[in-house]
Design a protein around this ligand. Structure first.
Ligand code: CU
Length: 311
């Protein structure tokens, strides 16, 4: 009697744990806890939040949901490992019953991983297709030109290499370039590099894409949905001043954007155009690029002192 009850106890514990886990999952589904609630409870699992574009939200949901699914599977596996270690620990010199080729078990642990991979693949393919989708009529086309070691942003009047440039912003050794864009509009980015491979990266967009030299033109579209100012960086090690290759994305209302672009078209500098939409003084310059800035003369270790002093 005693032996029997000690054998059933671990099984009951395992069953209760399984029920608890399933119950907790069901409860969160029924109480309507969103993926974002889960994400913020765990510090977004390393990402800087839910992002600032419709595309970012899709990637965020996929990332958080698959991480949680991985953790659930992980805890299940760890639970089984520890349960086996304790339940079947060595108790004497007698060799336990040797079993092998348990067909249901073999099938179970072949089918389960295949199912998990298939589900992950399915959702990844859906999100990836959506992120890469290009529309026929984007609201705004920006040509991103990367070079050693800065950025130029050309506002285009059409798509493709033959389109004309309406206005452009370029960074220098002293001024960090600003990329001003409207909220809620479909923006098409067309990337090209004049020298080596760079990578356009706005961490808050949860997205980066390589900028290739030559005739490879990477194109993607983004609809921004949160106004604000966000740091942008080069994410491809491209040479000596790679770390200083920063820019700032300024997301404003469509009205402000139109005013900005009109000022640029009329010949204003980027800073003057920023003042025209209410960003005066220091706000007309990049504010988010710390701890790195592009004032190379002051930060560089291999410049003559005269250069290091300023001009
Ligand atoms: Cu670069």
């Amino acid at each position: 009697m005693g032996a029997r009850s000690s054998a059933t106890r671990p099984r009951a514990v395992g069953r209760a744990a399984g029920l608890g886990l399933g119950g907790a999952t069901l409860l969160t589904l029924l109480t309507g806890c969103s993926v974002e609630d889960w994400g913020s409870a765990f510090g977004h699992f390393g990402w800087p939040g839910r992002g600032i574009s419709l595309q970012a939200h899709e990637m965020y949901d996929l990332w958080i949901a698959s991480t949680i699914a991985a953790l659930v599977v992980g805890f299940g596996v760890w639970g089984l490992i520890f349960w086996c270690i304790i339940r079947y620990r060595k108790r004497g010199e007698e060799l336990p019953v040797q079993t092998r080729f348990n067909m249901p078990m073999e099938i179970l642990y072949t089918v389960t991983p295949v199912l998990i991979v298939a589900v992950l693949f399915y959702y990844t393919a859906i999100v990836q297709t959506s992120i890469d989708k290009l529309s026929k009529n984007p609201d705004q086309v920006v040509e991103v030109v990367a070079f050693k070691w800065n950025w130029q942003f050309n506002y285009q009047d059409g798509m493709g290499e033959d389109a004309g440039t309406v206005a452009s912003t370029v960074g220098s050794s002293d001024v960090i370039p600003l990329l001003v864009l409207p909220v809620g509009e479909k923006i098409r980015f067309e990337e090209t590099s004049t020298d080596v491979i760079h990578s356009f990266w706005v961490p808050e967009m949860l997205f980066k894409r390589d900028v290739m030299p030559g005739n490879v033109r990477n194109v993607f579209e983004v609809t921004l949905d949160r106004e604000g100012r966000y740091v942008g960086r080069c994410a491809e090690l491209c040479g000596t001043y790679h770390a200083f290759m920063n820019f700032e994305l300024v997301v404003v209302s469509p009205d402000k954007f139109d005013t900005f672009l009109k000022a640029k078209v009329d010949g204003a500098s980027t800073q003057e155009a920023m003042e025209a939409i209410g960003f005066t003084g220091q706000e007309a310059y990049a504010t988010t690029t710390q701890p790195f800035n592009t004032r190379r003369q002051q930060n560089s270790w291999n410049q003559p002192e005269t250069v290091a002093a300023g001009k």
